[in-house]
Design a protein around this ligand. Structure first.
Ligand SMILES: C[S@@+](CC[C@H](N)C(=O)[O-])C[C@H]1O[C@@H](n2cnc3c(N)ncnc32)[C@H](O)[C@@H]1O
Length: 350
């Protein structure tokens, strides 16, 4: 979509993985029926409280099943997030050490390598408290990128100020306090997270955002560093997967085509304040015969504010209308206000 700030997903290279591509790199060989049973067991745990979910990381079979299902279905979330960032930021990521905190089976380390196409010399560090997860991550990373080094460690407690520090569904498990400690110790250039898009976790992440803003600017999803006007802001990615992954998700009765998430990106504060002139879609309202309506978060007099916007179809090309029909909560738009219709703004996309 040209008028939305979306690069083409393909700009980052292929991201759809099949179960068969991952299978040779699993710690243990598991049959499909066994995989189904293990995934069903695990997903029941993920819906429970944090202190009850940790034991899935203790067993080779569970970790292998986790990798086969969640790795290919989580990587598209990173693809989505990267597609929302400006190209200068993506260019700046390329040569930076990548620290995957709570790496699990290497989901986002693999995603980062595949999507960012980073050079071999770039340091890739997976950190996880569970040794079996690290073994699985190492096997996957060495399998997909045999020439590149992947450091898998249970603890990482040193400063690496030029790095990108990434949390993938791990703040949810380690807790905000621990995540904050990691950020302070590592003191990275960038902090990114992709966490579950649940209303329970949102207040924790907003508290972490507040702390972050002392030293960092927010690059996504907020238009500026001001207070958040939402009591639950998250993104919803609508996607498809390789047929083998779709089949597995049908067998386990888990919808992985609609992926809610809370994704944030921060960069160390610089003298030039990070201010974006784009708005982030925080809620889809409706498509009418003549228009699309969204609630967006945007900057008004330097303050993050929510507003309802209306985009007239007659202003869009057929291609753009098609794209808007597939748009996601979390997409970014740039617009000018044409006129106010009550509380609603009719806008022209830029
Ligand atoms: C839900 S998994 C996510 C794995 C992977 N990042 C992904 O998104 O697919 C969470 C991971 O965080 C790890 N973890 C939990 N607490 C941790 C801590 N305090 N330090 C390091 N890793 C931790 C767990 O062992 C687990 O592998």
């Amino acid at each position: 979509m040209t008028k939305k700030n979306n690069d083409s997903p393909r700009a980052f290279g292929p991201f759809s993985l099949s179960v068969e591509q991952i299978r040779p790199h699993l710690l243990v060989n598991i049959t499909e029926p066994e995989m189904v049973k293990l995934i069903v067991e695990m997903s029941a745990k993920f819906t429970k409280k944090r202190d009850q979910i940790n034991d899935y990381v203790m067993e080779h079979r569970h970790v292998s099943a986790y990798a086969a299902f969640y790795l290919p279905t989580n990587i598209p979330k990173l693809h989505f997030l990267l597609s929302k960032l400006p190209t200068d930021v993506l260019d700046d990521f390329k040569n930076r050490p990548f620290i995957d905190m709570g790496s699990g089976p290497g989901t986002f380390s693999l995603g980062w390598k595949m999507l960012m196409n980073t050079p071999s010399h770039v340091e890739m560090i997976g950190v996880d408290s569970a040794q079996i997860m690290l073994d699985q991550a190492t096997k996957i990373m060495n399998g997909f990128f045999p020439k590149d080094k992947f450091l898998a460690v249970r603890k990482f407690e040193e400063a690496k100020t030029n790095s990108v520090l990434f949390f993938g569904h791990s703040i949810n498990e380690m807790g905000r306090q621990k995540a904050q400690e990691h950020i302070m110790t590592i003191d990275p250039e960038y902090v990114m997270w992709i966490e579950p898009g649940t209303s329970d976790l949102f207040p924790e992440l907003i508290q972490l955002r507040d702390v972050m803003l002392d030293h960092y600017d927010v690059l996504y999803p907020c238009p500026g560093n001001g207070a958040c006007p939402n009591n639950w802001c998250h993104q919803v990615l609508r996607t498809t997967h390789d047929q083998s992954v779709e089949r597995l998700s049908q067998l386990v009765s888990l919808d992985r085509k609609i992926l809610p998430m809370t994704a944030h990106v921060y960069r160390r504060k610089s003298k030039t304040l990070a201010v974006t002139n784009s708005a982030t879609v925080v809620r889809y309202i409706q498509e009418t015969k003549f228009s699309f309506e969204y609630e967006v978060c945007h900057l008004v007099d330097g303050v993050n504010k929510n507003s309802i916007i209306e985009i007239m179809k007659k202003e869009l090309t057929k291609e753009e209308i098609k794209d808007f029909k597939h748009s996601n909560v979390g997409d970014r738009l740039s617009f000018e206000v044409e006129k106010m219709i009550g509380e609603k703004m009719r806008v022209q996309l830029k």
